[in-house]
Design a protein around this ligand. Structure first.
Ligand SMILES: [Zn+2]
Length: 389
């Protein structure tokens, strides 16, 4: 047993009374939360908080760190990824993704929503230091290739679902990559969720995505033409992407909308009305890297949207750190308290990945991991995180 206390303790929802002591057993399970000074309690400078949940990452792209320049905009970024993702040897990819996995652990991440186009990340799940919700992406723009593309994703999904591991949570589902890369037919196949019922999608990451749905004009046309994809059969809806493809998904799925850089108030209201369970995953450092723009986070917050946090991949981020994402939001939106921001990085992430029975809050019976965070709110020093349980 260990007894832990700190200057302040955040439980995933709020600050606990000063002097609270957390009792943790050898397996990391929280067995007591008491509001008195326990003799022999370990004291930590700064705050204690539950482990971070990274709702959106692509560990299999970790070898692409520093390959793509910043601020190109999404369309050139998307052209560059397939052109370079296989310029690396199997060994180089493996070394990079394992280093990225270790970086996540060092930065206090206890669970990850990991996007997979390949089976590369199977070896990461075997390491059992972090929980995984693997999102196997389906990509395919034409009606003719929809079933073939779905079958390809299904094969990858089957490899992940065969994996048997005890001690950590490993789950998987098939998800659409993005509105501009998935046809209505392929959305239809994905719409009947296989595996865990969580659908994650890159949503409104560029203004070109909305433009394509509204009028079939703009940069997405160039992207698709450049990939040799005939998009003539696509009929513009006159509505934003979210308000269009939302109709092709079942309203009872659990939906994670990732990025939301060009999401309007009407889109937020539409999603809340259409889907019972929506989480809005923000990856601000990736947005700054690619588009040099942040989503309207004030709007999302004012509409009581459930916000959670991801890092995206090292192809579009300098580090994999939920704390660094929160610091970026705090700089742009100083009005958000750390109480709110930390909730996005812990409790809300665990809810988005359907892991809140185990993670996200400091509560008796849970094993959320416990972090020490120093320098939070100190304008002179960068916050640092250290996993202590
Ligand atoms: Zn992504």
């Amino acid at each position: 047993m260990r007894f832990l206390t700190a200057d302040k303790i955040y439980d995933g929802n709020t600050w606990l009374p000063n002097g609270t002591v957390i009792g943790v057993n050898d397996t990391g399970e929280i067995v007591s939360i008491k509001n008195y000074n326990q003799i022999g309690a370990e004291y930590f400078e700064g705050i204690l908080a539950p482990g971070f949940v990274n709702v959106h990452c692509h560990l299999e792209l970790s070898h692409m760190k520093d390959v793509i320049p910043e601020n190109t905009g999404l369309i050139p970024f998307l052209r560059t990824i397939p052109a370079h993702r296989n310029d690396f040897s199997t060994e180089q990819k493996k070394v990079a993704r394992h280093a990225a996995y270790e970086e996540l652990i060092r930065n206090g991440v206890v669970a990850v929503g990991d996007i997979a186009n390949t089976t590369d990340a199977i070896d990461l799940r075997e390491r059992k230091l972090m929980h995984f919700q693997t999102f196997v992406e389906a990509i395919g723009f034409t009606k003719a290739n929809a079933l073939k593309c779905f079958d390809y994703a299904l094969q990858t999904y089957n490899e992940y679902s065969k994996q048997q591991i005890e001690g950590t949570i490993i789950r998987q589902s098939i998800v659409p990559h993005a509105p501009y890369s998935v046809s209505a037919s392929l959305f239809g196949y994905i719409g009947t969720p296989i595996g865990s019922r969580i659908i994650s999608i890159h949503n409104q990451e560029s203004k070109e995505e909305n433009e394509f749905y509204e009028s079939r004009l703009g940069g997405v046309c160039e992207l698709l033409a450049g990939l040799g994809i005939n998009y003539n059969e696509f009929i513009p809806t006159g509505k934003s992407s979210l308000q269009s493809y939302g109709e092709w998904l079942l309203p009872d799925c659990s939906l994670i909308l990732v990025h939301n850089t060009f999401t309007s108030r009407e889109d937020v209201l539409y999603a809340k009305n259409r889907f019972a369970d929506v989480h809005w995953c923000l990856c601000p450092n990736a947005n700054l890297y690619i588009e040099n723009r942040l989503p309207d986070i004030r709007l999302l917050h004012n509409e009581n949207s459930k916000i959670c946090i991801g890092t995206d991949s090292l192809a579009s981020n300098h580090q994999l750190s939920i704390l660094a994402e929160l610091v970026t939001i705090k700089k742009a939106y100083p009005e958000f308290s750390w109480e709110i921001l930390l909730k996005w990085g812990t409790k809300n992430g665990a809810e988005a990945l359907k892991m809140s029975e185990t993670l996200g809050t400091i509560a008796i019976g849970k094993t959320p991991g416990i972090l020490q965070i120093k320098n939070l709110g100190n304008s002179n020093l960068e916050p640092v995180v250290n996993r202590i349980v």
